[in-house]
Design a protein. Structure first.
Length: 176
């Protein structure tokens, strides 16, 4: 009876381990989202460049901030695609390609969380900066809520970093 139990356990564990491949199509779809983001970036760049000569300085800065915002979103997508796939599905074998990012293969789940929240804080900060550059287009209530949301992102990031630091310290103490 115990032998049958071990076989069932082995079968279930193999199935659970293989289920990680259900995430692979999600990461491939995120590559599609990256393509959509590229198209949006190119459209924004075209609009910005075609009106550049007629824009005031504030509008130029706002246009550049919009492009930076889109590039940060793209970086965020790449981090999620690479590290998510490597952490949860399979290692990416690039035969030590010279152009692979230095962080590839070294971003664990904890680091991924911190990179994500840092990117979200940066994107939120850029949105706030864009609002502050043209305050007259937003109501005081909208600005208040944007500030509250940004502060929540910042505080969340600090709390996540603190929790990770405590977890690492606890692990080090247990190992001693």
């Amino acid at each position: 009876m115990q032998k049958i139990g071990k076989r069932v356990e082995h079968f279930v564990e193999k199935g659970l381990f293989a289920s990680r491949w259900l995430m692979a199509p999600i990461y491939v779809a995120l590559v599609g989202a990256l393509v959509i983001l590229l198209i949006s970036f190119m459209r924004e760049l075209y609009e910005f460049a075609s009106h550049m000569m007629h824009l005031e300085q504030n509008d130029l800065v706002l246009g550049i901030l919009s492009l930076i915002d889109l590039s940060l979103a793209g970086n965020l997508l790449l981090i999620v695609i690479f590290s998510g796939y490597e952490n949860f599905v399979s290692k990416i074998d690039t035969d030590d390609h010279e152009d692979q990012p230095e962080w590839k293969g070294t971003v664990d789940f904890s680091t991924l969380k911190l990179k994500l929240i840092a990117s979200i804080v940066a994107i939120s900060g850029i949105h706030l900066l864009k609002v502050f550059m043209d305050v007259s287009k937003s109501s005081a209530d909208q600005i208040k809520w944007m500030l509250i949301i940004h502060v929540v992102f910042v505080v969340s990031g600090v709390l996540l970093a603190t929790m990770d630091r405590i977890a690492v310290s606890t692990k080090i103490l247990k190992e001693k």
